[in-house]
Design a protein around this ligand. Structure first.
Ligand code: NI
Length: 624
């Protein structure tokens, strides 16, 4: 199999990149790897066929306290760029996250604080080394810090988050691997023993449900290239972003038309709304502070995925730079999706009905207590659906039985979950019928009753171009039924209108954090639902390349100050999807999936319904 320039790094390439970094100088033997991933070739190099296999490498050196990054030319065996990134902190990788917790559990001051609470079995204690954020706290400045959150597991051992140790937080110096201090805001009794997650007597009335595709699936796969029902796309993987897509296109009248060059979930932040104790410190940037890709689950047929599945494996790495296989990291299958379209001709009695089928490509990332399913749907009518399924164990805190807090909801006696938001930032490098695109906002408004509108029913359609980056910082508006269109002004459909795809918001919310608060400054992207930027190399993550412990202002708010043109440019769309979450008793001890989604739909991209040619299903006995 020949390697495509957009294919993720192979096992050998990861090893080679690690070797180049080790040999490059600048790093001590104690240094470790944050990221070894494909450095994607430019569109020009892809077009010219001049792309080279390159790796983006980021390392942290505890001896110097420095973060280094660079781009390694894998064939030449050397770095093209290799630099100390001044003042920036690498992500917390899985090994460091685990090591930080172990350091805390062995610390005498922490053990003593547990003992004060009657906790003496340290094996039952879980300490998670969370990214510390940036709060301008004196002894943390300039150091590599994790802020600990602690629990005692339940007796049955199936829930490590069963009994939160509220108000107790070891602050871990991740560079020296020691406890810097223990923040103790006072004893809260441990909540009562928690219900096991694994039910002792599962219900017995569920009959088997099998999905069969006797002739196999309708997709074809060549390496990372997928073809299905006129769709063509490449599946990719990155240890930080997780699942990514490249060169998404749809075949129309025998010709493949491009829609997006690249699509991914680029960042997320989960700010919590309780200001007491140290609860303000919980603001997880799961992508930029940890990396959702490194935590992808190995999926299981029949459990995670049902039907005829194609799995993609992914090569990540540990902090020694050793390649690590995530088997079955990405799942792909077809799903029946009910009616695609239907018409009953009441004059003749003729019924035409087509069934909808969608291609589902997904991955699931388990980050501590939370589990995020990242689902992408491709429909026969040209629609792309983007969905997050959130499950796992809500972040719980303890409070004395019989009390309540204004910032949370009780899930169980003595256990509350604080109100929080899951804010996702999706990045789309657009390519609607080519590289030069423009941005339009579409609003609808009522018109006053009067001349031209005598019965007050008029709905005016207001379309306007958003011609620069500052103009294109927009929010959803239910009064205006607002959506955004990415158009190609040079390509016209049969109605002589520019071809376009529209972004249709779904579940969403507004943030509550003060924009000047520490998390508000670090997650500037969450203050608008829609952003558009002119493509620039290196602008990949909306809170910046290094959000861990960053004081803020980087990423979208910084780049868009340039107010670059969006008129017939390589447009990148950033969509913020905010899931506002106050957990319920039904979310304990484990939360059924909650869903948040949005869609991209063709809007004059095609001349007519592109799914007219979908064949009618063969009727079964009930409707034959
Ligand atoms: Ni939640």
């Amino acid at each position: 199999m020949t390697v495509h320039p957009l294919d993720p790094l192979s096992r050998d390439e990861i090893s080679r990149a690690a070797g180049i970094a080790r040999a490059s100088g600048g790093l001590s033997d104690a240094s470790w790897f944050e990221t070894i991933a494909l450095h994607e070739p430019s569109k020009q190099a892809l077009k010219d066929g001049t792309s080279r296999r390159e790796a983006f490498v980021c390392c942290y050196d505890p001896q110097s306290g420095q973060t280094w990054d660079g781009i390694a030319d894998l064939d030449a065996g050397k770095f093209r760029v290799w630099r100390h990134v001044e003042g920036m902190h690498a992500r917390i990788v899985a090994d460091e996250f685990a090591a930080g917790g172990d350091v805390a559990k062995a610390d005498p001051a922490f053990i003593a604080a547990c003992a004060k609470r009657g906790i003496t079995d340290m094996d039952s204690v879980l300490v998670e080394a969370w990214a510390a954020g940036h709060f301008a706290i004196e002894d943390e400045e300039g150091e590599r810090i994790a802020y600990g959150h602690c629990w005692v597991r339940n007796e049955s051992g199936d829930n490590p988050y069963a009994r939160p140790i509220a108000n107790l937080h070891p602050v871990i110096d991740l560079r020296r691997m020691k406890v810097l201090r223990v923040d103790d805001f006072g004893i809260v009794p441990l909540p009562p023993e928690c219900t096991p997650i694994i039910h002792p007597s599962p219900r017995v009335d569920l009959k088997p449900l099998e999905i069969t595709q006797p002739e196999g699936p309708s997709f074809t796969v060549e390496g990372n290239l997928v073809r299905w029902q006129k769709w063509q796309l490449r599946v990719g993987f990155h240890v930080r972003d997780g699942l990514i897509f490249h060169t998404i296109g749809y075949e129309d009248q025998g010709k493949l038309r491009s829609i997006m060059h690249r699509a991914s979930m680029a960042e997320m932040v989960v700010p919590y709304g309780d200001p007491t104790g140290a609860n303000y410190r919980r603001n997880a940037f799961d992508t930029g502070e940890y990396g959702v890709g490194q935590f992808l689950d190995s999926l299981t047929l029949g459990c995670d995925c049902l039907g005829h599945i194609h799995y993609f494996d992914a090569w990540g790495h540990d902090w020694h730079g050793k390649p690590k296989l995530i088997r079955n990291a990405i799942c792909m299958h077809e799903e029946d999706f009910g009616t695609l379209w239907k018409f009953t001709n009441w004059l003749t009695g003729e019924v035409t009905v087509k069934r909808s089928r969608r291609l589902v490509i997904s991955s699931i990332s388990t980050i501590g207590n939370y589990v995020y399913g990242f689902f992408w749907y491709f429909y026969q009518d040209g629609t792309i659906g983007v969905e997050v399924k959130a499950t796992g164990i809500p972040f719980a805190s303890a409070l004395p039985v019989g009390t309540k807090s204004p910032y949370g909801a009780l899930m169980a006696p003595g256990i509350e979950a604080h109100v929080h938001q899951h804010v996702f930032s999706y990045r789309f490098d657009m390519a609607v019928d080519g590289e030069k695109n423009s941005v339009k906002e579409v609003d609808f408004s009522a018109m006053p009753t009067g001349p031209g509108n005598p019965y007050g029913n008029a709905i005016r359609i207001n379309e306007r171009m958003l011609v620069s980056e500052l103009q294109a910082q927009r929010d959803i508006d239910l009064h205006a039924q607002r959506y955004w269109k990415i158009v190609n002004a040079e390509k016209k459909n049969a109605l002589d209108e520019p071809t376009a795809y529209k972004l249709v918001p779904g579940v969403n919310a507004f943030p509550y954090q003060d924009p000047l608060s520490p998390v508000g400054q670090r997650a500037g992207f969450m203050y608008h639902h829609f952003w558009a930027t002119q493509y620039a190399e290196g602008e990949n993550y909306p809170a910046g390349q290094y959000p861990n412990q960053h004081k803020g202002g980087d990423g979208l708010p910084a780049w868009t100050k340039a107010d670059r043109s969006l008129d017939q440019q390589n447009v990148v769309v950033w969509y913020t999807m905010n899931y506002h979450h106050l957990p319920r008793p039904e979310d304990w001890p484990v939360q059924p999936c909650v869903y948040a989604n949005f869609h991209w739909m063709p809007s004059g991209f095609f001349d007519a319904n592109p799914a007219l040619d979908v064949p009618s299903p063969k009727p079964k006995h009930c409707c034959a």
